[in-house]
Write a protein that binds this ligand. Structure first.
Ligand SMILES: [Zn+2]
Ligand SMILES: [Zn+2]
Length: 381
């Protein structure tokens, strides 16, 4: 994909449309075939050559003799990366006060920075690190669950709708790894969005009756939009084709024709897309997320090879939680309007403060106000 390459006539090989931004459209399955045609099976095999075979191949490829090979191996060995006298076992937790080694210099910088900031890792970051450690090169328990050699792995970034002008970051809300055999419906199920959890309705008279069912169970329709095609979720009888209005609107105004397909029948392998280009995921009527496929490659032996762990979450942004206006301690569960007890309109309360302020001991409503269940955007933290 380097810009210096002459333009390729093969449309299955990605080429930039805008340099360093996005590619021209290409078919993912055909792109994979281009790779498989050019590589030897050993190139993408998960099996590692044993050391002797590796050495023999290396010597042949580099044109060096056994003596040079032995010398190279000893110089490049991790054992030669020593900053302490031979035979002495240093404390690996202890960073020397004036390190010379770049890795130690960087580690010391980080350590000093932390100490100054008085920052310690919170449980979310700790967990994220642990997750990463658990998945690298992970093999499944059963061979039936292994990602086949030569499978495509996609990196997908999902962005949250921007709800406030103040918070205008371009960081993805979540990054996922998926394989070419996954369907778009599996991507839809992997996207966590708080608007799927909302409970609709006013419950000031009957706060205990706020239903447990959530928008996701009620309004199941959604679509992805890739390269002029709407991929609708039609898995359940309640699902509607919510792309129809847009398609008909475009048709009536002589826009290029859009088409539609089912997301559950479409695998990534079947898609024609541009890498780096923002596409759309829309659910709950008007909750819109940008979806960007940032990378497509063959699976590697150091990937997580357990099929069951995919779609694999590799990064998730933590969203700020909104605390109760009264106690500033617990996360908001209710918001009220036209509320004589509230300092603002609308006003957010945790369940405890909401009930203590608005109902007597017998649970009778005090005064006039309207109350709506609230699900915080940090629910998925
Ligand atoms: Zn959403
Ligand atoms: Zn509270």
């Amino acid at each position: 994909m380097a810009s210096s390459h002459p333009p390729t006539s093969n449309s299955n090989i990605p080429d930039y449309e805008y340099l360093d931004v996005n590619t021209k459209p290409f078919h993912i399955g055909s792109f994979r075939n281009e790779w498989l045609n050019r590589l030897k099976p050993s190139d993408y095999s998960y099996q590692r050559d044993d050391d002797d075979t590796f050495d023999a191949n290396f010597m042949k490829e580099m044109g060096v003799g056994a003596e040079t090979m032995a010398e190279l191996k000893s110089i490049c060995s991790p054992d030669s990366l020593r900053c302490h006298p031979e035979g002495q076992q240093p404390d690996t937790e202890l960073v020397p006060p004036e390190p010379m080694l770049q890795t130690l210099i960087q580690r010391k910088k980080r350590q000093d920075h932390r100490a100054n900031q008085k920052m310690s890792k919170n449980r979310h970051d700790l967990y994220a690190d642990e997750l990463e450690r658990l998945i690298v090169g992970r093999k499944p328990e059963s061979t039936a669950d292994i990602i086949p050699e030569g499978e495509i792995v996609l990196t997908i970034n999902v962005y949250y709708p921007i709800t406030s002008e103040r918070i205008n970051t371009s960081r993805p809300h979540m990054s996922l790894l998926m394989t070419g055999s996954h369907s778009l419906a599996e991507l839809r199920d992997a996207i966590c969005c708080v608007s799927d959890l909302q409970v609709c309705g006013e419950f000031s008279n009957t706060p205990d009756l706020a239903p447990d069912f959530i928008s996701k169970d009620l309004f199941k329709s959604s679509f992805f939009f890739f390269e002029g095609v709407f991929y609708n979720d039609m898995r359940f009888p309640e699902c509607q084709d919510i792309s129809k209005t847009t398609i008909e609107w475009a048709k009536a105004r002589n826009y290029p024709a859009f088409t539609q397909a089912k997301m559950e029948d479409t695998r990534f392998m079947d898609l024609t897309i541009k890498v780096g280009f923002p596409y759309l995921y829309c659910h709950q009527g008007d909750c819109e997320h940008l979806v960007i496929i940032t990378d497509i490659r063959l699976a590697h032996k150091s990937d997580c090879l357990d099929k069951k762990l995919y779609p694999l979450l590799i990064r998730k942004d933590r969203l700020l939680t909104q605390k109760c206006t009264v106690c500033h301690l617990f996360i908001g569960r209710w918001f009220t309007t036209n509320d004589q007890y509230a300092p603002s309109d609308p006003c957010l309360f945790c369940d405890k403060c909401f009930r203590a302020l608005h109902y007597d001991a017998a649970g009778n409503k005090l005064g006039e106000f309207l109350a709506y269940p609230y699900v915080d955007q940090g629910a998925f933290n």
